[in-house]
Design a binder for this molecule. Structure first.
Ligand SMILES: *Cc1c(COP(=O)(O)O)cnc(C)c1O
Length: 354
């Protein structure tokens, strides 16, 4: 039976999200943290508890700890099964038009389209910062309900300038009462404070954070911080037990052991600077400055370099279909980064045609 005839028009042309697994010894393609809690660290804890009972539907304990950490109240926090789920909930709740810069994280578009909401990508300027002329024109033209700003931006790695983000928040508030969601998935790796401290000044600002890029991608835990009334609205569409018991209790433990996470982040930041210098010194490689845990770089023959790296057992992300000539490498452990540097040197200077 051809079920696609039964499928809603807005879904029919979509393709499922592909997170292809290319087997490679050194995996630097998905912006994951190379470190994970060793078995010993949380060992004495009994995470599992009673598996016959539903988990806490209000995720109370975790919200309390997160709120303290973010210096807001628990009423300002919604927890999601990854921040992807929270992006879903935001778009279900407020609808489109949805605006985001281009290039950026792909889920804003994918989720908008799967919900049948109008969505528009606004090109960034030549420094990959927000193009305020284009942004204001888009606000005037589309009157968006939601604008997603991912800063530091995936895949370019830079932060957007604070004053341009603020101008966007103010423009949206005065024109459409729309919401600006600053997605800070990579904020821990940047030198900037981020937008949590500004939540009290801007009612139409919401901030997304996640545990995925700091060592807990497998847990699927993300946070939305925003005005209490905004949280109340989004909470109406949240599934009752969206965060399982295991994720709730391990996430709690991560905040109690925050110094471990912080130490991973400082190693990765230092390694990022080293990796940038190494890439910058390589003929034919042009890296972009990054405030995240990855570096985007340009080469003349991205597809060939990408394939050669795989042959050398190093997996990076090939972005060249989206951004001409671009690849993206996640910062790994010092050993992984050394292996990557060695491999890219070989890949750039090799003359085999594969
Ligand atoms: C990785 C990523 C996310 C996804 O976070 P999860 O919490 O794993 O769902 C959200 N936003 C951006 C920009 C990301 O790069």
């Amino acid at each position: 039976m051809n079920f696609s005839k039964l499928t809603k028009q807005s879904i029919r042309s979509l393709r499922p999200y592909e997170a292809k697994k290319i087997p490679c010894g050194i995996k630097l393609d998905a912006n994951e943290c190379p470190y994970s809690i060793s078995d010993g660290v949380f060992a004495e804890k009994n995470f599992i508890g009673a598996l016959n009972r539903y988990p806490d539907p209000e995720i109370k304990e975790l919200r309390k700890v997160v709120a303290k950490n973010f210096r807001v109240s628990p009423d300002n926090i919604l927890v999601g099964n990854g921040s992807d789920e929270l992006i879903y909930y935001l778009i279900i709740t407020f609808g489109g038009p949805v605006i985001y810069p281009a290039p950026t994280f792909s889920m804003y578009e994918i989720i908008s389209r799967s919900l049948g909401e109008e969505c528009i990508g606004i090109p960034l300027d030549r420094n990959f910062d927000l193009d305020m002329k284009k942004m204001s024109a888009a606000v005037e033209k589309y009157r968006p309900r939601l604008i997603f700003l991912n800063s530091p931006n995936n895949p370019t790695g830079n932060c957007f300038s604070d004053d341009r983000i603020l101008k966007t928040i103010e423009a949206l508030d005065s024109r459409t009462k729309g919401i600006v969601v600053v997605d800070e998935a990579y904020q821990p790796f940047s030198g900037k404070k981020g937008f949590l401290p500004l939540l009290k000044d801007y009612k139409n600002l919401a901030v997304l954070r996640t545990l995925s890029k700091v060592g807990f991608a497998a847990l699927r835990v993300g946070f939305l911080a925003a005005d209490k009334e905004l949280i109340t609205e989004v909470n109406k569409v949240r599934l009752p037990f969206n965060l399982n018991a295991l994720s709730q209790s391990i996430a709690l433990e991560t905040f109690r052991n925050k110094e471990i996470l912080d130490s991973w982040v400082s190693i990765i930041r230092a390694e990022r600077e080293r990796l940038f210098k190494e890439l910058n010194n390589l003929n034919g490689v042009r890296p972009c400055h990054s405030e995240a845990n990855f570096i985007m770089f340009k080469v003349d023959t991205p597809d060939i370099v990408f394939q050669r790296l795989i042959k050398l057992d190093v997996l990076v992300r090939n972005l060249s279909s989206m951004i001409k000539g671009s690849l993206r490498v996640t910062v790994g452990t010092p050993e992984e980064n050394n292996a990557f540097i060695k491999a890219i040197r070989t890949a750039m200077h090799s003359s085999d045609t594969l």
